[in-house]
Design a protein around this ligand. Sequence first.
Ligand code: SF4
Length: 369
Amino acid sequence: MNILLSGFNGKQKIYKISCDKNRATEYTSQNYNVLLLQSNNAYLLPENNSFVLTEEEFNYLKSLGDDACIEINDNGRIASVFGKEYDNTLYITDKCNSNCIMCPMAEPIRKNGHTVPFEILKELVRYMPSNMEHLTITGGEPFYIKEQLFDILKDLKNHNKVWSYLLLSNGRIFANKDYCLKFAAVVPEDFLVGIPIHGPNAEIHDAISQCPGSFKQTTSGIHNLLATHKMSVEIRIVVNRINAPHLKDIAILIADQFPGVDSVKIMGMEMLGNAIVNSESVWIPYDEAFTYMKPTIDYLVEKAIDVAIYNFPLCFINKSYWHLCANSITSYKIKYLDECVSCIEKSACGGIFTGTDKYLKGKVKPIIR
Ligand code: SF4
């Protein structure tokens, strides 16, 4: 997120948004901070500070809808947004107990980065509107905050905040069965856990996660989750130079050991952080990647396992597989190259990650009828 409210003169806080004075008063009586939108001005309540919004800023805030909430930093930058129809993400921490070789976060950030204080996470949940369509909970590794995450999940569930959830985790924590059962006891309905498998065996998976023992923990964790009532798991495979020749073997492992998974997502890399540092080992041109993806997808389809392709632009994917391509890149991270202007499929294509675009310069092939 990179949106700045240029005239912001308040303090770093979470605010409910409202365009209606009566509703704003109701919110303040419930102990919420409010950002009231009135003809290109924003009033911060209860302190009654005001500042002028540009037309673009006003339209953006209004588009989030009454009842949405935003967290604004001291400098006016919007740190998080939660709205009924928004692509909502609850970011827990930069930190992770793995150190994947193609992670878009750099190692120093993952080791020493920021963890959102527990009290702020609780407040964000309190401010969120009820009945949001979807929430992704992510990091880093969200379970870095251990059982505090259970408390957050309980709040989300008890206050009917969200209809459907995706939690992104490396899955290692679920190797502990007791933990898995405790987790299952607090998760809301319609809850999916997305877990990456990097290789068909410990040698490849652990080389990519750079954590000995992680393959055993992750696969035990998936087993435990699937054996636990009402837990759904999506397996994510991030295609890179190291695991591409083994993609089909990963699919065979999934069909053999985890036939009950919700789906498999085959994903392109976001070339930032560790991925750039290790680009010589991990970068694989997208057309080459697809030669490995194709038999893998065919195998999963044959085994009646749902599969989707994330983060790959259409021009690198055979047309007969386009129906599996999702517009999966978050809107503010999407880039199109100059050549894309002449592509007739631009509106259907999910684009390229900002950061990955420089690896695809001169490589995209605009689709022309
Ligand atoms: S040329 Fe650009 S818009 Fe067209 S499919 Fe490729 S990346 Fe997407």
